[in-house]
Write a protein that binds this ligand. Sequence first.
Ligand code: CU
Ligand code: ZN
Length: 170
Amino acid sequence: MKRVMVVVGCLVVGAPWARAESGKAVIQATAEGAAISGEATLTETPEGLNVSVRVANVTPGKHGLHIHQYGACGDAGNAAGGHYNPHGVKHGLLPTDGFTGAHAGDLGNIDIGADGSGTLELTLPELRLSGGEHSVGGRSVILHEKADDFGQPTGNAGGRIGCGVIAITS
Ligand code: CU
Ligand code: ZN
């Protein structure tokens, strides 16, 4: 289904999504020697930005997953800055609270199974890789130590155990 839409997007010249972009973040552990790994694939679609994340070697349970402001993973992930929050609003869950009730980077939680791996797939209307009011290319995907409980100011998700910079690939 997704593949069909990409093909259509290329053929319909002048449609706003005709120049569909995609990007990728390779998620790596922020701590030396930790085995966490993963990848986020981001694709612009007519419905919004599709974000597909998979991670491995993470402790089972829910872990907060956000897009943070800067494309940097140093200093135990702190170089990524705060949650991407272009409108200066409160913390929430973007798919349900929208841009007025959540940071643009508030993707919620990823569920990690007993085998240490998990996936999260979301399509976020109006989020873009580049251009527009909320673009995430060149920022970071951060995986947290604990679950995002949606409390203020940033969901009480603890340390930043995984990080990857979102590179635009096409
Ligand atoms: Cu975060
Ligand atoms: Zn937030």
